[in-house]
Each structure stands twice: as structure tokens, then as C-alpha cells.
Design a protein around this ligand. Structure first.
Ligand code: RFL
Length: 403
């Protein structure tokens, strides 16, 4: 049976309609389905596209524990690899932090997000989960009632309305869930850090056995392994600059310069297979529930990729939300749903605070007028205390791997 044959006909309902088949939506779908809750995932993209959408790669130890707990971690144990070192390069030299031996002694697992999504999707379909690909959620209505509905545009372009007891908005920052919140229903905490990164994927093996953070007068450069064949790099760029303005050659020359390749080892070059400008900002909603609409993942809180927290939060929130929905729908206990927002926001705020700390580590602190980030005299001081203070290193390790 194909995935599309699993979709029920127009007018059918599910207990929970999940918008979005990213890490948040698919973890939620798997957990609900396993607990016997009837759910339907609505996904705008086609299945093939989900397999190729490269984004995150660094999974926290807690994320792996959650996936393990629910039998969703087989692929990442087989093909992912553990990672526990980062290297900082500045004008004053370089130093390494083996964060796996600091703090709580936890490591990352490097596993590309598109592979995690593929595993979650396969598992979901294997256990009989329903998903509608190529279907865009346009709006969620009736969220103040106990029978909300989702207007969708299916693959044939025809508008339809699906009803549920709850709608889980896991469709990212620009999805229908956020758009459908009545005005004034939630507060939005938005912060633009004033810095932009050119996010790159290179078809080239990693160039060092560590996450590389280079602080250079020309701007930041970052290096993160993904697989033995693919590496993610970041280059700080001008706000508003087009990614297309960066040719492969210009990218590699700039990376080599900022990462001081002549001094510390040449970079393995290869074709740049993805380039996109990311403005570093955070955008968190509060509360994460309005009536029968609940938000999780990037739909709830978008954080800058500076500390690699987004996918990890998405998985954590999906587990909390799944438990709360099962308690309510299967046992009539609404306590978890009442606490969902507060509980998740406590994790989100800690991750947000650390992501912001990382931005200031890599780009300096804003001046007293709240102006742009500049590597003034305070920037090197933060790096220096990380290099020399064991307690600062333990603090860093705990927050870097933790959520
Ligand atoms: P996703 O993954 O964006 O999935 C949302 C899904 O919703 C679908 N959708 C809709 N479907 C139906 N109707 C609509 N109207 C829809 N609108 C959208 C989309 O097609 C999609 O399939 O959200 P989710 O599940 O909340 O997961 C969040 C993570 O994807 C995100 O936080 C991370 O990728 C952030 N992130 C990282 N996080 C980490 O934990 N570790 C990392 O190493 C890491 N690296 C990164 C990152 C994000 C990056 N970008 C994209 C800025 C590196 C980069 C470059």
C-alpha cells in the first residue's frame, strides 16, 4: 500500500492532525500511533523531497535517549558517529575542548537530519501511520472549540477541510499553525542578532576531526562534519547579501583564509552543493498552546543555528506533547496539556540563552547602545576564559551538548 492510499477520503477526521513531517511532527506521529491514538500527518512536500532536505546534524545525548526509548534510534546508531571535540582558532592561536570529557561527560551524535527524518517516516508508515504528502495546510480554524479544522490544498489542488480533536502545529516558523493564531492570543519574543551566516554544504570530507570555530578579522567561519563525504561550513556574510554572489572558488578561498588553513592544515575542497544565507535570530512564541492548537519545534521556537539546538528541542517537545495528548485522549487526564507550554518553554529559554551566548562568543558582544555585534575587547576575553578556566569549560560542555 502506498502512503497516499492510506489517506482517508474528504471529511474524515483524526484525533490529532499533525501539520508538518519534520523531526517534531514525525516523532509526535510515531509516539501517538504507538499509543493507539489516531493521527494524520499533513505534509506540503513530496516524500522524495524530505529525504534530501539537509539541515541539522548534531544530536544531543538527550535526543538520542528519547529516540532510543521509543525504538526510533536504530539508524542513527548504525550510521551516525559520536563526536565530542571542538577547536577554536583566533589570532592568538588555537585550542581544543574535549567536551565529551567535561561537564556531564556527554557527546553529540552526528547524524544528518534528512536521514533521521527518513528513518522516522519509514517507522511511522511501518506501524500503519497515515500521512498526506504534497498537501499544504492553509489555515487552522475553530481553535477555540473542541473540534478545530484544517483547511488543506491537496495534490490535485482541490481545497478540503479535515477535522480533529487537536491540531499539532509542527510546520515550522512560516507554517499555517503560526499564521492561524488569533491576533493577541500569544506573545512573540523576537530578537535579531544582526549577524548573517552563509550556510554551506560541501561534497568534501571533513577537514578536521573537531567542530571548528574560527574567529577572524574578516568574520566568523565554522566547520562541522556531517558524513565522511559531506561537510557543513558557515561563513559570516553581509546582511542582505545573496548566496549566489559566492562562487565555489570564493567560498573555499575565504574559508581557507578565516580558518587559517595555511597554518593549521589545508581544507578538503569539493563542490558546494547547498548555499543559503541565514540571518541569526530567535523567534519564540508564548504560550505554545491556544485552545486546541498546540505548537512544537520551529513553529514554537525558532533559534539561530549557532548552538545547534533546534532539532533537539523539536524532538524533546514532541515527546512531552505526545505524552500529554495520550494522557488526555486515552485517559481523560488533561494535566499534561495544561502544563505543556510552561514545561517546554523552560527548555526553550535555556537553549535560547545558550545560543545567544554562542553568538556573542563567536561575534562579540553588542555595544552599550545595543548596536551591531563587534569583536571589541570583550570578545577575546570570553574565548580566553573558555581556554583557561576549567569551571567555564564544564559549564560550556553541559550547555553545548544538553537541551
Ligand atoms: P521542520 O524540519 O522545518 O519541518 C517542518 C515541516 O513542515 C512542512 N510544512 C508544511 N506542511 C504542510 N502545510 C504547511 N503549510 C507547511 N509548512 C511547512 C515542511 O515542508 C517541513 O517538512 O521543523 P521541525 O520539525 O520543527 O524541526 C526543526 C528543525 O528542522 C530545525 O530546528 C533544525 O534544522 C535547526 N538546525 C539544527 N538543529 C539542531 O538541533 N542541530 C543542528 O546541528 C542544526 N543545524 C539547523 C542546523 C538549521 C539550519 N538552517 C535551516 C538554518 C543547520 C542549519 C543550516
Amino acid at each position: 500500500m502506498t502512503a497516499s492510499q492510506r489517506i482517508r477520503t474528504v471529511g474524515d477526521t483524526a484525533d490529532v492532525i499533525i501539520l508538518g513531517a519534520g523531526p517534531a511532527g514525525l516523532v509526535l506521529g510515531n509516539l501517538l500511533r504507538t499509543s493507539g491514538i489516531d493521527c494524520l500527518v499533513v505534509e506540503r512536500a513530496e516524500r522524495a523531497h524530505l529525504r534530501t532536505r539537509a539541515r541539522a546534524g548534531f544530536l544531543a545525548a538527550n535526543t538520542v535517549r528519547i529516540l532510543d526509548r521509543h525504538g526510533l534510534a536504530e539508524g542513527l546508531h548504525r550510521r551516525g558517529h559520536e563526536h565530542s571535540t571542538c577547536e577554536f582558532r583566533t589570532d592568538d592561536g588555537r585550542f581544543r575542548l574535549d567536551y565529551g570529557g567535561l561537564g556531564r561527560g556527554e557527546r553529540h551524535t552526528v547524524y544528518p537530519q534528512q536521514e533521521l527524518v527518513t528513518d522516522l517516516l519509514t517507522h511511522y508508515l511501518d506501524i500503519g501511520g497515515r500521512i498526506s504528502f504534497g498537501t499544504e495546510a492553509v489555515a487552522v480554524t475553530g481553535v477555540d472549540s473542541s473540534r478545530p479544522s484544517v483547511s488543506v490544498r491537496g495534490p490535485d489542488g482541490r481545497p478540503e477541510q479535515w477535522r480533529a480533536r487537536y491540531v499539532a502545529g509542527c510546520d515550522g516558523r512560516h507554517g499555517a499553525a503560526r499564521r492561524s493564531l488569533p491576533s493577541g492570543a500569544v506573545r512573540r519574543h523576537h530578537r535579531d542578532h544582526g549577524v548573517s551566516w552563509l550556510g554551506l554544504l560541501a561534497e568534501a570530507p571533513p577537514s578536521l576531526d573537531a567542530v571548528g570555530y574560527a574567529i577572524h578579522p574578516r568574520g566568523f567561519a565554522g566547520h562541522m562534519a556531517r558524513t565522511p563525504e559531506v561537510t557543513r561550513y558557515y561563513l559570516q556574510c553581509e546582511r542582505g547579501e545573496s548566496a549566489d554572489a559566492w562562487s565555489d572558488e570564493r567560498i573555499w578561498d575565504e574559508l581557507a583564509l578565516r580558518m587559517r588553513a595555511a597554518q593549521y592544515g589545508e581544507l578538503h575542497r569539493g563542490p558546494i552543493i547547498q548555499r543559503a544565507v541565514v540571518d541569526l535570530e530567535s523567534d519564540v512564541l508564548e504560550p505554545l498552546r491556544h485552545g486546541s492548537l498546540l505548537l512544537a519545534g520551529d513553529a514554537a521556537s525558532l533559534l539561530s543555528p549557532s548552538a545547534a539546538k533546534g532539532a533537539n528541542l523539536a524532538v524533546l517537545e514532541a515527546e512531552i506533547l505526545a505524552r500529554a495528548l495520550v494522557d488526555d485522549l486515552a485517559h481523560g487526564d488533561a494535566t499534561g496539556l495544561e502544563r505543556y507550554s510552561e514545561q517546554s518553554l523552560a527548555y526553550i529559554r535555556r537553549a535560547q540563552e545558550f545560543s545567544q551566548w554562542m553568538i556573542q562568543l563567536l561575534h562579540g558582544a553588542p555595544d552599550s547602545d545595543g548596536g551591531p555585534l563587534l569583536h571589541g575587547p570583550l570578545g577575546p576575553a570570553r574565548i580566553e576564559s573558555l581556554r583557561t578556566s576549567r569551571s567555564q569549560q564544564d559549564w560550556f560542555a553541559e550547555r553545548y551538548v544538553g537541551v
